[in-house]
Design a protein around this ligand. Structure first.
Ligand SMILES: Cc1cc2nc3c(=O)[nH]c(=O)nc-3n(C[C@H](O)[C@H](O)[C@H](O)COP(=O)(O)OP(=O)(O)OC[C@H]3O[C@@H](n4cnc5c(N)ncnc54)[C@H](O)[C@@H]3O)c2cc1C
Length: 393
């Protein structure tokens, strides 16, 4: 065991930053390497569930994240064609279960910009931007990794190497691990706008799932943007769908009239459910999107990656303090099971509900949501699941 070497973390996304924060807080030396010169600013995840807020609190960083987000006290489900509210779930029902009985909408590019400077204040952490991981060797007692930098290739020694380098992870590829799973036929069209939906959906809330057999819509109100996610038909051309000439008619079709709202951004993304064969090989560990990706239905992708970081930080620091390395296998088993049996199962069920076309299924889905929301005990159980609090791993 070489305790003097730092843990090397590849990728300064929300998951790599979380792991580095958690380890540094426990006094473990970490070096975090990010390929880009600046933190990515793409519009991606924005939901922080209560279970994740509890972890951020444990690491002493929840308050600045809360200060940069919008609290969501209700989840709303709608029918698009009738614009009828099907069910509303009030987070006050879990006020005795968590200090954070709400969902926080804080875009991940803002959250990472909050976490990075806080991490850099720690004497245990060093962050290296513009360092692209190229490969590494596991010597059994330590690892050596190569990074491409502006001044040439650098070799760094560490105790362990943690790959938090996203869905296309080079660390996972270096380990030659499979990433089995499936890709949904539907792609998602994301539109960032200032469209005011209150005249069309009275009492619309910050988070709304709007069901429709042809084109479901998710409406999220972020601090500075209304984010609409539309189902794209499998036959739609991506470039055409992104053009303003297609986006404006789509918005008009959604609200039933033309709109002059601003369109801040558009993007299209494909949706996958995939899990790496294992999350640990020797002194290399995977976490976050590098280890598993899932449908964003329910907003659990980034959250489950942060939960990986929480689980791994505990076990890795125990291993560095002399406990058996099998703890890292336990991390792999536990978090792999969570990815498959909790996250993917739940997000797939959510996705089926969004996309349902069968009238009987849709009727039963709506009935079930109404019954669940109307009964406080059932609604609480529903919110605990949606908040990732029902089963903590
Ligand atoms: C449009 C969209 C919407 C989403 N919405 C949600 C949501 O509402 N809720 C939710 O929970 N999840 C959501 N997700 C998923 C979420 O964005 C991801 O799960 C999350 O970003 C995973 O974080 P990560 O840190 O593991 O990976 P990433 O955020 O991908 O970060 C990986 C980092 O590694 C860096 N990197 C990559 N290769 C290298 C290399 N070779 N060397 C060094 N650094 C490298 C990258 O530059 C990046 O900074 C969404 C995803 C998309 C695409």
């Amino acid at each position: 065991m070489n305790k003097s070497l730092p843990v090397l973390i590849v990728g300064a996304g929300p998951v790599g930053l979380s792991l580095a924060t958690a380890l540094a807080r426990q006094g473990t030396a970490v070096q975090l390497f990010e390929a880009q010169p600046e933190l990515p600013d793409e519009i991606r995840a924005s939901t922080f569930h209560p279970a994740t807020l509890e972890m951020l609190a444990e690491w002493g960083v929840v308050e600045p994240i809360l200060a940069n987000g919008q609290r969501v006290d209700r989840l709303l489900y709608w029918e698009r064609q009738t614009r009828a509210l099907i069910a509303a779930f009030d987070y006050q029902l879990i006020a005795d279960d968590t200090p954070y009985p709400f969902r926080l909408q804080c875009p991940q590019h803002i959250a990472t910009r909050v976490l990075k400077p806080l991490l850099e204040q720690s004497p245990c952490a060093d962050v290296y931007m513009g360092h692209r991981y190229l490969g590494h060797t596991d010597f059994g007692t330590h690892v050596e990794a190569q990074f491409e930098t502006a001044v040439g290739t650098q070799t760094v020694r560490g105790s362990y190497l943690c790959g938090a380098d996203g869905a296309r992870s080079s660390v996972r590829k270096q380990l030659q691990l499979g990433f089995e799973g499936m890709t949904y036929a539907d792609r998602f069209l994301l539109v960032g706008t200032d469209l005011d939906l209150r005249p069309y959906f009275p009492h619309i809330g910050p988070v709304n799932y709007i069901f429709d057999p042809a084109e479901w819509v998710v409406v999220l109100h972020l601090p500075d943007l209304v984010r609409l996610v539309f189902r794209m038909r499998p036959d739609e051309d991506e470039r055409e769908a992104l053009a303003e000439t297609a986006v404006r008619p789509r918005l008009a079709h959604f609200i039933g009239e033309k709109t002059n709202c601003r369109i801040h951004m558009t993007s299209v993304y494909s949706v996958h459910q995939r899990v790496a064969d294992t999350f640990r090989v020797g002194r290399t560990v995977l976490l976050g999107d590098a280890a598993h990706i899932n449908s964003p239905a329910g907003g659990m992708g980034m959250n489950s990656g942060i939960h990986d970081a929480h689980n791994l930080a505990d076990k890795l620091s125990r291993v560095l303090n002399g406990e058996p390395e099998t703890l890292l296998d336990q991390y792999s088993t536990e978090r792999r099971a969570a990815a498959r049996e909790l996250i993917q199962a739940e997000s797939h069920k959510n996705y089926q509900d969004w996309t349902a076309v069968d009238d009987t299924y849709r009727h039963q889905r709506n009935e079930q949501l109404r019954i669940t929301a109307a009964d406080p005990a059932q609604a609480r159980a529903y919110l605990l699941r949606a908040s990732m609090l029902a089963k903590r791993i």
